[in-house]
Write a protein that binds this ligand. Structure first.
Ligand code: ATP
Ligand code: MG
Length: 689
């Protein structure tokens, strides 16, 4: 119990019923979860009957590290993973009840788009992505295709719902699921199959959920079914940090909890252990206009600290230079020793580039998080297609990628005929390979090369099933890549030798990482297997599609972090620069399809509230110093437009001690502008707009 205040201790000691910890940023919610895992074990609950659910894989591996620190080796048996990884666990064990093969594939976003193109009869990726978006939202609301069609508001939605129906058929045929299914199908499984539900309710002694405010409707239902009526769970969250509304997260989950569990114990934490008072006040000023779900107060005992700095910059390059200069001067003054003490946060991925350039120029090491993930790189996806095919022969998208990468003399004509044949006989592409009637549509040479490919895949699969441990895996992978000529393929298909070399380095890194997982040397945040046991290559391959980052000990790297605000959730740094605090960027442009910019309507108000929460998340990442910067000239497409400082800057500056800027006049002008805007808004509210 050391290192916990009284309210935290209360939450940690409340073991036998539903518990909600509702508190502001930096108040030790995540710490409550890690300590509660230890407490539950101490109270006699078997480690494997505890599940802690985090928002990202990275958060899961961090939590596992912390838990290890508290309880030692037993931590490895605790299930610490994301909702999606937990879903995989349920489906691999019991998906058969839904007609799913245990070796189903998990499709990535690109596979989904190509299936949707096909299902909707278009070649336009942008259109397919819109369908993907709509279907994903429906799935997250728990709607199937028929239900989506029934509630469609216009023709466009009706068409999309019909495409969804065809898309679902294809997924079933490929024995594949998409990301949303990893929540939706386990939910269906537990809802419709009493025996499976009873088994999981028995298995889960206590479920802990971090970042509860960003769960969506299906995740809520899943949690509910998993914990059953006893409701042994601990949810921790902060309604002011709900920033995934655009992905279907809903604050209703917080509202529903006390209704669905009348015996719910609600605990509030009020002390912030992360930030100085100045930073905390700035955050409170920004979030204050939002409607409150629960009243909350936060205080810090870390002292007043430096006022928040407002930095105005000529343009984005200048903004990056000033951020770098700021970090250097803080370091020179001895206030921050390590580069890992510094972070630049921004709204959108593309903003990282100028900061990367400035940091390179100054020779400061950095990493970009929340950017393109390792597993999105073409070369890694090539290899993953092969792995997926071993795991699930019926995964048609993986089949098509593997059979053509590298090229092996099986042309598009042959594959098109194979495809027609397969759909005619309702077979997967792989199954069709060995059909005796294939000769009726393809010549003997084509059939011969297809057979050869099929036998090769079968052989690899057999060997992968029997390859265990790091050394064996390394040897196997090296052989396989040599066999298919992957290195040569990279150099042949890439114009620049340098680029090919860097892609090959990624491949080697990936192989090394696979091998280490087979040896149990790396923690497995995917939830399917736990570290320090040897695994077969096939077992490791089964979990691959779920991962988005290589879970190296990123946190140990001594480098500056560049991150999107969304990816910064739950994290903290001593010194933070919050960049791009411009109207139109943060808050993002607030006009929607129905209204013009600035015109008040329900949609815009809700968007503004979410933007406010995003800003609140950003501010509260800072421990000791915070600078917010904005640019006077901003690139917008090809144009350069005049930049306007974010309204949030003026709001932070409401009380003078919080924010500092030179020269003083500018701040006065900002305050005046804000006061005028507020008067206008109040007037509008009074007039009932
Ligand atoms: P967020 O809302 O951003 O997710 P949180 O509420 O989860 O924040 P934590 O990350 O758990 O907060 O804690 C914030 C910081 O305060 C961490 O550095 C943590 O180690 C520290 N901390 C939490 N509780 C205590 C405590 N009782 N005593 C000292 N330090 C604490
Ligand atoms: Mg947290």
């Amino acid at each position: 119990m050391s290192g916990l205040n009284l309210a935290q201790q209360e939450a940690v000691n409340y073991l036998h019923g539903p518990c909600l910890v509702l508190a502001g940023a930096g108040s030790g919610k995540t710490r409550v979860i890690t300590h509660k895992i230890a407490r539950l074990i101490q109270a006699g609950l078997a480690a494997k009957r505890i599940a802690a659910i985090t928002f990202t894989n990275k958060a899961a591996s961090e939590m596992r590290e912390r838990a290890k620190g508290l309880i030692g080796r037993e931590a490895k048996d605790v299930v610490i993973c994301t909702f999606h990884a937990l879903g995989v666990r349920l489906l691999r064990q019991d998906g058969a009840s839904l007609g799913l093969k245990p070796q189903f594939s998990i499709l990535d976003s690109d596979d989904v788009v190509s299936i949707l193109k096909d299902a909707g009869g278009t070649t336009d990726a942008a259109t397919a992505r819109q369908w993907q978006w709509a279907i994903s939202l429906w799935k997250n609301m728990g709607l199937n295709a028929a239900q989506a069609e029934a509630q469609a508001k216009d023709d466009n939605e009706r068409v999309t719902a019909r495409i969804m129906a065809r898309y679902e058929e294809r997924l079933a045929a490929f024995h594949s699921v998409d990301f949303d299914d990893l929540i939706g199908l386990p939910l269906k499984l537990l809802r419709d199959h009493e025996d499976v539900r009873a088994k999981w309710q028995q298995a889960m002694g206590h479920v802990l959920v971090d970042e509860y405010q960003d769960t969506n409707a299906t995740q809520y239902e899943l949690l509910k079914l998993m914990v059953g009526e006893r409701g042994r769970f601990t949810a921790v969250g902060d309604d002011d940090q709900s920033i995934y509304g655009w992905r279907g997260a809903t604050l209703d989950n917080l509202r529903k909890l006390p209704v669905d569990y009348p015996q719910l114990k609600v605990i509030k934490l009020e002390q912030n252990y992360r930030s100085t008072s100045a930073i905390l006040r700035a955050a409170n000023n920004v979030i204050q206009p939002n409607p409150k779900l629960f009243p909350k107060t936060l205080f810090s005992e870390l002292g007043e600290g430096e006022p928040v700095r407002v930095v105005d910059c000529d343009n984005e390059e200048h903004e990056a230079e000033r951020a770098v200069a700021r970090f250097q001067s803080i370091r020179a003054a001895g206030a921050g020793k390590d580069w890992k003490d510094f972070a630049v946060l921004y709204r959108a991925n593309h903003q990282a580039r100028v900061f990367e350039q400035a940091l390179r120029k100054a020779q400061i090491p950095y990493k970009v998080s929340g950017g393109q993930s390792f597993f999105d790189r073409a070369e890694i996806r090539d290899l993953c297609a092969w792995l997926r095919l071993w795991v699930n022969n019926d995964d048609d998208p993986a089949f098509l990628r593997a059979v053509t990468t590298p090229k092996r003399g099986i042309g598009h004509q042959t594959l098109a005929s194979l495809g027609t044949f397969a759909s005619q006989y309702k077979l997967s592409l792989f199954e069709s390979l060995f059909s005796s009637s294939l000769g009726s549509v393809l010549n003997a040479r084509a059939v011969g090369s297809l057979h050869e490919f099929g036998r090769y895949v079968n052989d690899l699969e057999y060997r992968a099933r029997h390859t265990e441990g790091a050394e064996a895996a390394r040897a196997f992978i090296t052989d396989w890549l040599k066999d298919i000529g992957y290195e040569k393929h990279l150099y042949d298909s890439e114009d620049s030798e340098k680029l090919a070399a860097s892609r090959w380095t990624n491949v080697l890194e990936f192989c090394d990482w696979m091998a280490k997982r087979c040896g149990g040397e790396i923690d497995d945040a995917s939830g399917a297997n736990i570290a320090s046991e040897k695994k077969t290559l096939l077992e490791v391959a089964q979990t691959i599609s779920l991962l988005s980052t290589i879970s190296e000990r990123e946190q140990d790297q001594n480098v500056v972090t560049l991150s999107t605000l969304h990816a910064s959730k739950g994290l903290e740094w001593p010194h933070v620069v919050l960049a791009g605090c411009n109207e139109g960027l943060l808050p993002f442009k607030l006009d929607d399809d129905n209204g013009k910019a600035g015109q008040a309507n329900e949609g815009i108000l809700q968007k503004l509230q979410e933007e406010r929460r995003l800003m609140y998340v950003g501010i509260t990442r800072a421990q000791r110093s915070l600078a917010v910067s904005w640019v006077k000239r901003r690139k917008k497409g090809r144009e350069v437009v005049a930049g306007v400082p974010s309204r949030f800057i003026a709001e932070m500056a409401l009380d003078k001690a919080t924010v500092k800027e030179d020269p003083r006049e500018k701040l006065r002008a900002l305050r005046a502008e804000f006061a005028a805007r507020k008067a206008q808004a109040d007037g509008a509210a009074a007039a009932g707009v």
